[in-house]
Design a protein around this ligand. Sequence first.
Ligand code: GRG
Length: 302
Amino acid sequence: HRQARNKAGLASDAQAGFVRSLDARILHHLSHLSPAPARLVEAARDAMGSGKRLRPYLLHLVAGDDADGCAVLDMAVALEMVHTASLIVDDLPSMDNATLRRGRPTTHARFGEATAILTAIGLLNQAISIANGLPGLADGQRGALVAILSGVMGWQGLVAGQELDLNGFSDADQTDGALDRITRINALKTGALLCAAVEAGAILGGRADEERSLLRRFGEDLGQAFQIADDLADMLSDSAATGKDCRQDIGKETYLAVFGADEALRRCRALLAAADDALLGAGLDPGPFRHMIDAIFQPMLD
Ligand code: GRG
């Protein structure tokens, strides 16, 4: 347990085993891009080469052992492609202007901005095409999974969240105070993809309607907690890098910036407890989820 987590930031041997299969499947999909230009394929492989693979593992856990393993793995690849495309775009000079991600040069830093944008577009396109070709499913199920992917990457998800995060709300967006704005941004830019993973897992696992609505709540609470923890982690790494207390120096309207670190920690814990309740209510074994969640959140919550 500890060995797998120390090596790859993963919670358990089971997660490490799943991630190995996923990585092989990612390589499979990225090695069938011919005749795509070799440089684009290299950039896609580079961008897809690491990461905690949380969304894929979440999908796998929710789908359960009775789901079709090939369909789960392919849908997991598609979700990770959307996630990776969003990170490539987020890192661009006109957005977060980041030159490092996961300790390595970002796609635009290594391959140039134009290739980074094209790689992201290519990954989104391939994600949809993988979902369209998912094996062993009824047409209705496949259509629902494609709709989840196209919804989460666009107006109902990441694109909307990023726009609001970067440029704020206009009067027509009708907001009801800071908490409402923060919750909506977090739900769109972070929660939506976690919810998509959970919902896709519920479809592939053939979960009943009442389980699915509890699982949706689990995904939503996890998404809010995840973004608060991500902001706390940013603050901790900024403080470590500058030697200063960066609590007030966030710049954006985040939960942490508005309510402070103590309240952010309290809220994060409360959201995780609510997520756990929703999971129990849906009748899923919480053990593997708790391992995964502890591995992500413990460094921030300790
Ligand atoms: C191109 C689909 C698409 C969208 C464009 C840029 C953008 C709009 C959305 C990005 C929003 C964003 C960066 C949200 C943050 C999500 C987040 C907390 C990412 C970190 O996730 P981890 O920790 O990353 O799972 P790893 O590195 O483990 O993969």
